[in-house]
Write a protein that binds this ligand. Sequence first.
Ligand code: SAH
Ligand code: SF4
Length: 344
Amino acid sequence: MDYTSLIEKAEKTHQLTKSEIVALLNNQTCQEELIAAADRVRAAFVGDDIHLRGLVEFSNICKQNCMYCGLRRDNKKVERYRLSTEEILDFAQKAKEYGYKTVVMQSGEDMDFTVDKLTDILRQVKALGLAITLSIGEKTREEYAAYKEAGADRYLLRIETTDKALYEELNPGMSFENRVRCLKDLKELGFEVGTGCLVGLPKQTVESLADDILFFKSIDADMIGIGPFIPNGDTPLKDAEGGTFPMSLRFIAVLRLLMPDINIPATTAMETLDKNARIIALQAGANVVMPNVTEGDYRRKYALYPGKICINDTPAKCWGCIGGKIAGIGRKISQGQGFREIKQ
Ligand code: SAH
Ligand code: SF4
């Protein structure tokens, strides 16, 4: 296999077959070439701006029982919390003051946030002039429509894996079809749709990761967030091996080559495996960072996986830290809300 011509093909045509994607994901020798090509495509299609989204982790209470996640309902070790409406608004207001143009409101599937309660919060956050991304799991089409109407612009729901059997094994009580239905509804309702997957799940193959990329392309996702699976000691997958940073990085690079105009975050989970991961990812195709704007002890308690970075930092420190790193690689913080601009 001639990897250089494969990379060239991807850079020019943004199309690869499944076996070609597998070849690039598996190849470790030409990783630098792959990353350089992804960085060129990123510069050409989405430019040098980096969009910062302020993440508010507003509840770690969850009715689901995903095998990989520390917030799963059977985990009795995590200290549960739920922010009040006032606290959420306070964090959103502060995010705006730091300079964020978007807040990402994320939580477990917490049934206390009824449609009425959440739409009320969304309206108030929207009145601050912020773009809103919601990431609160599977809901009915009607619920999604109500959130949209109340001001949510984007929705983040990872497919986690497109291997249906593996998905249903890892997400007991949930169905792959319903996950896909959610993504379809969100797209039809006019949300910018973010999805993504975990890299390095038990039993996940490189072929299956290639299927994930083809799936993202087929649904024309606007944003793809991927991260390595990091085994959590308080879950049934505590002894699993987990994902690696190099595979996650190659995944991001291939994704950028094949979906040149989407938004791709450099995720926090990657930084758990390599202390410079986000800056490396931003030079391998990524163009978004989602710093945490939740304050105090909530950061530690929102324990999806162990080793989460910056749990003792303040939002002000995170803004300064990431801003400095971005300037250090000659890029700049976007002044816009960072919607996807589809380029033909
Ligand atoms: N409840 C919502 C949002 C919170 S979970 C939802 O599930 O969509 C956000 C993401 O955390 C999940 O999509 C999953 O991909 C990621 N995650 C959960 N456990 C993880 C782990 N052990 N390692 C890495 N990422 C994890
Ligand atoms: Fe709940 Fe999301 Fe964790 Fe699943 S991944 S247990 S839905 S917080």
